[in-house]
Design a protein around this ligand. Structure first.
Ligand SMILES: C[S@@+](CC[C@H](N)C(=O)[O-])C[C@H]1O[C@@H](n2cnc3c(N)ncnc32)[C@H](O)[C@@H]1O
Length: 258
């Protein structure tokens, strides 16, 4: 990763904008998180909500939020081709007027404190760091503002060493759910609810299409050792999850600024 959090160019060929989504998740879990928050938003539905979608990627969750809410959504990502695809999908779904794609690094945003009703962040909090991201949310949210985010967590102790080694390489600080809940409380939020994403959220719109894409690219680039290494890593990540999904997963948290 470079100083702008950008990965090698071939990474972005594997994780292409045309993939359905770029991390674990699905429409069901986005809707479930939103259903938890909606009663709290309803007092504000008379006016347009100011929403920040951090690490929006190609925008599957952004489109869903735009379809369900009276809102203006600032959709932030540090990779322009993802934002271009988000803009294309927004137009296709008739919600372009609600979404403003914004190329920026989430770790150094130039946004006014206390300016958002809701912050959404699916599968991208790790790009900022768990505690730092919560501190940022606290700063950017209005009093009693809401946030929803999904993040990886250890689901139970006793993971085999092969699994621990694989996960702690890219995610040395991966925590379990109870310590993530403690950090949420320490940074000034109340937890409204949380749930673990089901396995279909990993496979249907993420690992299955990603695996197909890696297979296709392997045919095109089999002679290139560096590219092959990245493709091998992608396949390994998928196989690790197939083998060890009972030990780690994604958790959706719905929180309120205190
Ligand atoms: C795992 S993907 C999740 C994307 C999308 N929310 C989804 O669930 O499909 C993480 C996203 O964060 C973006 N990203 C990584 N580092 C970033 C940074 N420093 N600032 C803004 N976006 C970043 C990536 O480009 C990518 O789109």
């Amino acid at each position: 990763m470079d100083k702008n959090n950008k990965l090698p160019p071939f990474f972005y060929e594997i994780f292409a904008p045309s993939l359905p989504r770029l991390g674990p998740g699905n429409a069901f879990s986005t809707n479930k998180a939103l259903d938890t928050l909606l009663p709290r938003c309803s007092a504000q539905t008379e006016r347009e909500l100011a929403i920040l979608d951090l690490g929006c990627g190609n925008g599957c969750q952004t489109i869903q939020l735009a379809q369900r809410l009276n809102a203006k959504i600032l959709a932030v990502d540090n990779h322009q081709p993802f934002l271009d695809e988000l803009a294309r999908r927004a137009k296709e779904n008739g919600v372009a007027d609600k979404i403003q794609p914004h190329l920026a690094d989430s770790r150094c945003l130039d946004l006014a404190a206390g300016s958002f009703d809701l912050i959404w962040c699916e599968g991208a909090i790790f790009t900022i760091g768990f505690r730092k991201a919560l501190e940022l949310f606290h700063d950017l949210l209005k009093p009693s503002g809401l946030a929803a985010f999904s993040e990886m967590a250890w689901l139970r102790p006793g993971a085999p060493q092969k699994c621990v080694d694989f996960i702690t390489g890219p995610c040395p600080d991966l925590a379990d759910i109870s310590s993530q809940l403690s950090t949420i409380a320490e940074t000034g939020f109340g937890v409204l609810d949380h749930f673990i994403l089901d396995e279909s959220a990993w496979w249907e719109n993420f690992y299955q299409p990603l695996s197909e894409r890696a297979k296709q690219l392997r045919k095109e680039h089999d002679q290139d050792a560096q590219k092959k290494e990245l493709l091998d890593f992608t396949d390994l990540e998928i196989e690790m999850h197939r083998e060890f999904s009972q030990y780690y997963g994604y958790v959706f948290y719905m929180i309120e600024r205190q």
